[in-house]
Design a binder for this molecule. Structure first.
Ligand code: SF4
Length: 308
């Protein structure tokens, strides 16, 4: 094992990636840019992805609804939270964060740089919200600051994407990655293990597929059922299953063994606020998951990229 792999974790962890990219340890702070989603408002589809309730994955946003500048300042200065941090990345997390006219995007993204510690922005979005004018804005910001775009793929199967009402195809995702990389912008990919109709084999194969696309990071998430999502009803009727913890740890190890060591692992587990999470109820956090995946890789005598 050699760098960039972490000697204990056996994978390329995000903290060390960011240290190289922004010149020091960086803390992400999440904000609400007031965006919506084309898969909800009718421009691309209606009803949204069947697993989605945005309230479930935006628990980290401390001051939703306030102007972005105010959210950034208040979050950085919140008592006891970021005393020793010097670099911050502002994460536009809620809904599709490049789904607005370019002038509005420019204003919102630039507002994030209202504190001298802000080193860059991270924009979570969909493949169909990255047209040339949007990328012009992000490329411009990237000339003087760190910019990363995180694109939701979720599954490398068009049938699964259609089944969960995702509203885009795998080919659209590939085109979006190419467009973002042509602008020299870092690209992260979000992927979910265990979506209804998906298979472990498809998930594991996705590691090789993504390794060939010049991406910089991948965020893994297990399928979970949250209150208020359409799949919550299916769960109540016993029509969907969620992964067991051991199964997910093992699938992540399979995935990492086939992932290029150059790709940083942004995250290995999803979370939802108490009261919203219906299943599975593992009560595991990111550190515990990273430790357990590392232990599984050590048990196998492998590491990220060992089986490429
Ligand atoms: S998961 Fe993302 S893309 Fe899907 S409906 Fe929710 S906000 Fe839109």
């Amino acid at each position: 094992m050699f760098p960039p792999l972490h000697p204990d974790l056996r994978f390329h962890n995000y903290a060390s990636y960011l240290r190289r990219r922004v010149g020091g340890a960086a803390v992400r702070i999440s904000v609400d840019g007031g965006f919506t989603c084309p898969n909800r408002d009718g421009s691309r589809g209606t009803g949204g992805c069947l697993y989605c309730n945005n309230d479930s994955f935006t628990g980290a946003i401390l001051y939703p609804g306030l102007p972005v500048e105010e959210q950034v300042r208040r979050t950085i200065l919140a008592p006891g939270r970021h005393r020793n941090a010097r670099h911050f990345l502002v994460y536009f997390q809620r809904y599709s964060n490049s789904y607005a006219p370019p002038g509005e995007l420019e204003r919102l993204y630039r507002a994030a740089f209202c504190h001298p510690g802000v080193a860059g922005i991270v924009v979570g979005t969909r493949p169909d919200c990255l047209g040339p004018e949007v990328l012009d804005v992000l490329e411009g910001i990237g000339r003087t600051a760190y910019v990363s775009i995180e694109i939701g793929l979720q599954s490398k199967s068009d049938a699964v994407l259609a089944g969960i009402n995702r509203g885009h195809t795998v080919d659209e995702f590939v085109a979006a990655v190419a467009a973002v990389r042509a602008r020299g912008i870092d690209t992260g990919v979000h992927l979910i293990y265990g979506l209804p109709g998906d298979t472990r084999a498809n998930f594991v194969e996705t590691a090789g597929f993504l390794s060939g696309l010049d991406i910089q990071g991948v965020k893994l998430h297990h399928f979970h059922v949250v209150a208020g999502s359409p799949l919550a009803n299916e769960w109540e009727r016993g029509r969907v299953r969620v992964p067991e913890y051991g199964e997910y740890v093992s699938a992540c190890a399979d995935f990492l063994e086939r992932l290029s060591p150059e790709v940083a692992v942004l995250r290995l587990i999803g979370s939802a606020p108490p009261g919203m999470l219906i299943a599975p109820l593992w009560e595991k956090g990111g550190r515990e998951m990273a430790r357990d995946v590392a232990a599984e890789l050590e048990r196998r005598g492998t590491w990220q990229g060992a089986l490429r």
